[in-house]
Design a protein around this ligand. Sequence first.
Ligand SMILES: C[S@@+](CC[C@H](N)C(=O)[O-])C[C@H]1O[C@@H](n2cnc3c(N)ncnc32)[C@H](O)[C@@H]1O
Ligand SMILES: O=c1cc(-c2ccc(O)cc2)oc2c(O)c(O)ccc12
Length: 338
Amino acid sequence: MELVRLINQSVSFISSLVLRCAAELQISDHIKQYGGPMPLHELARSIPIPPEKDLMLVQLMELLVHQGVYAKCEAGYQLTPTSELLLTEGSNMGTFVSFIPEVFFGKRFFTGKWFKDTDVGTVSELAYNGKQIWHVFKEKPELGNFFNEAMASQCKESVRDLVASHPDIFYGINNLVDVGGGTGTTVKVIADTFPGLRCTVFDLPNVVENAPNSDSFSVVGGDMFDNIPTADAILLKTILHDWPDEDCVRILERCKEAVESTEKNGKVIVVDMVLDAEVNDSKETETKLLFNLLLISTVGGKERTKKEWHDLIIRAGYSDYKIYPARMSLYSVIELYP
Ligand SMILES: C[S@@+](CC[C@H](N)C(=O)[O-])C[C@H]1O[C@@H](n2cnc3c(N)ncnc32)[C@H](O)[C@@H]1O
Ligand SMILES: O=c1cc(-c2ccc(O)cc2)oc2c(O)c(O)ccc12
């Protein structure tokens, strides 16, 4: 068993690559368009791939069926709720699963040498002359656009989950600013769900300049460490996990100032992982631990336990907070009250 476990883990990188391959070949879209269980040869011709590679496609599908990403019956391959998430006309998470950080940071990730090196800093700082990824993205817009699209492509699903599980969070507020909201995917879903709510996306100028023109939300460019537009509610969705504690305290202080300067009893809504929250699924804890390592190494952030969230919120001067358990996704909602 131990040997199998070790070998399994050492070849597990293939799982990420095969998933990326399925996304790039748009296998989910082809099966959906076929309209029923899709035989292998139909899938192969529809993609299309050269007939000499059919056998390779069989092996790829075998693994994905074994892992529950696709299903198979006698007549052919079928979608499962997991592979439906890759549908272009649906959640469209293809860009997210295609985001392989090696493209950004080279191969320095988690090598023994990297651990032993006296060089400290994130892999981004080591690969790009001491620069944080947010600055690299400004200089290399093609990398920045890929990252923003990857974030946007996982947003739809997690925000739909958020508004469905916790609609009450948005009741009674007139305006909301999504700080670090990228190109507006999150605020679009929120504004479409709550049409009376005025929404603004706030992010670095080089990011919001790529936001689509929309009647549903407005756009402001700026730096969240300097000044955040005032609002009844500030949303921080997967922002604080990018930063070490001292920076999070600064961001939370700016957010507190922004919600305190309105007439309403404002609040800050944090959407992020809670490492020791109740879990719905056995994969959840492992996924949180994987993300934790990813963030520590790429941006110098981390996922946090309930105690770490408590300490951060109190240090930033908030009087109270409430953690809502995650219902369907990895993310919990934490409401902060000034
Ligand atoms: C992990 S992404 C989260 C995007 C989005 N909230 C989501 O849930 O997908 C972090 C975002 O923070 C933005 N960001 C980084 N530094 C920032 C700063 N100093 N001021 C404003 N936004 C910043 C990035 O441009 C990026 O869009
Ligand atoms: O540096 C990253 C990388 C990711 C990432 C990696 C692999 C995927 O299939 C998707 C995403 O996500 C990040 C993230 O969410 C973040 O807040 C900062 C950095 C990164």
